[in-house]
Write a protein that binds this ligand. Structure first.
Ligand code: MN3
Length: 200
């Protein structure tokens, strides 16, 4: 059950002009692919070679001697989740069950935007911003490097935004706040959040 690079859920140019084809091509074809390739090299011949990606991540989380496997497997999972967290002509106000839940738990869409933007902007260095369900309530989280809320008890990730520089540098250079605003205004995929909420 080796790690696999999924196909993108849209064409390389489908998120333009917000995230351009060159960014997606390198991010998916080089960065995401490298985590798959390196992760598979590390699990080859080990007890993890036959495990699912989620089981690999959960079994290696927090173990210093398994950091290489954790980092690559978690980055494979995080990136796949990120591709689905965006869609062409996405963004703006949430719809459906997630909209009502954001009103109830976070105080409305404007508060969500404020907190999610803050999480992404204040993640020092590389990492991720997340919307999660934690013990039945919506929460905003940020994680460094490859860390993922998938390993936290009682937490179900609903959406993520990659804030590693490689996610935005070609389109926004150092302007991470502009990338975050673009993600929220034009790209965020509320259908995916609703699907994850329904399964949680
Ligand atoms: Mn990335």
């Amino acid at each position: 059950m080796a790690l696999e690079l999924p196909t993108l859920p849209y064409a390389l140019d489908a998120l333009a002009p917000h995230i351009n084809a060159q960014t997606l091509s390198i991010h998916h074809g080089k960065h995401h692919q490298a985590y798959v390739t390196n992760g598979n090299k590390l699990i080859e011949g080990t007890e993890f070679a036959t495990k699912s990606i989620v089981d690999i991540i959960k079994a290696t989380a927090g173990k210093a001697d398994k950091a290489g496997i954790f980092n690559n497997a978690a980055q494979v999972w995080n990136h796949t989740f990120y591709w689905h967290s965006m869609k062409p002509h996405g963004g703006g106000a949430p719809t459906g069950a997630i909209a009502a839940k954001i009103d109830a738990d976070l105080g409305g869409h404007a508060k969500f935007v404020e907190q999610f933007s803050q999480a992404g902007a204040t993640q020092f260095g590389s990492g991720w911003a997340w919307l999660c369900l934690e013990n039945g309530k919506l929460v905003i989280k940020k994680t460094p490097n490859a860390e993922t809320p998938l390993t936290q008890a009682g937490v179900t990730p609903l959406l993520t935004m990659d804030v590693w520089e490689h996610a935005y540098y070609l389109d926004f250079q150092n302007r991470r706040p502009d990338y975050i605003k673009t993600f929220l205004d034009h790209l965020v995929n509320w259908d995916f959040a609703n699907q994850n909420l329904a399964k949680a």
